[in-house]
Design a protein. Structure first.
Length: 268
């Protein structure tokens, strides 16, 4: 009467174990199938031949895009035909690549970018997310903060590259994303705010008026003044697409390694 048997010698503990074991095996198969659904075909590295489907492969996954942009299936998108503008330093699978051209334009190393969609990022209600501050939804720079427009822009080589002509803000996050820089040649390009340092706005200057003559300028040490002329330009004025964002961010990011010959050398 004290035995916990259900049928013969088959008890509740054994049933629980078998249910858990079956669930765990099914979970392993499910995770393996799901990991191969998002543009991850099994292929031979030498021949490029895609292996046929099996019990471990699932069907295509389709994503519904927001704002009425239809659907997206990773496997149906043509693969990037990447041609690396460089040569390997020596013959080995893990050998580093040495640029043969302009690495900041060719997307080498930290200057690499993804071919994102060529339409702007948008807010939850479908408005362009990153816009000039004058086109934003009631966003302003606090009167107590530097207005920045008109500030000279000093590059990594200490040369004035131009001046700030506008501020681009993120309407979702309410922060400055880019500074629009008008170069000395009259070209207007965007520079990420995260690579900019504003000078002339120190706490000491606010407390002691005697230091109010501190020079006011924006320092962008990612690239040199001459390299501002080659910053990827916007196709449409007042609009920045996801593709253009990646290109601009990559260009300035690559500058920290390739802007000058010294930066590409080892520190030690």
């Amino acid at each position: 009467m004290n035995a916990a048997y259900i049928v013969g010698s088959f008890d509740a503990a054994e049933l629980a174990f078998l249910l858990f074991f079956g669930f765990f095996v099914a979970l392993v198969f499910y995770l393996n199938r799901e990991s191969r659904r998002e543009g991850y075909p099994l292929e031979d590295e030498e021949t490029g031949r895609v292996h046929p489907g099996s019990l471990f492969d699932a069907g295509k996954k389709t994503f519904n895009l927001p704002n009425g942009r239809g659907t997206y299936t990773p496997e149906d998108v043509a693969r990037d035909d990447v041609k690396v503008a460089g040569v390997q330093a020596f013959k080995a699978a893990g050998a580093p690549w040495v640029p043969t051209g302009d690495p900041m334009k060719d997307g080498m190393g930290p200057a690499a970018y993804a071919n994102r969609a060529k339409y702007p990022d948008v807010t939850f209600d479908g408005r362009p997310r990153i816009v000039p501050i004058g086109d934003s939804h009631e966003l302003i720079v606090s009167p107590n903060d530097p207005q920045l427009i008109g500030y000279p822009v000093v590059a990594a080589d200490g040369v004035t590259a131009g001046k700030v002509s506008d501020i681009w803000v993120d309407q979702a996050e309410h922060i400055i994303r880019y500074l629009e820089v008008e170069t000395t040649s009259g070209k207007k390009v965007l520079a990420p705010m995260m690579v900019a340092v504003v000078h002339g706005n120190s706490l000491l200057a606010a407390i002691l008026p005697i230091t109010s003559d501190e020079p006011k300028y924006v320092e962008i040490d990612a690239i040199t003044a001459a390299q501002f002329e080659d910053v990827p330009a916007l196709e449409t004025a007042g609009v920045i697409t996801r593709f253009e964002e990646d290109r601009i961010q990559a260009y300035f990011g690559g500058g920290y390694m390739y802007a000058t010959p010294e930066r590409a050398e080892a520190w030690i």
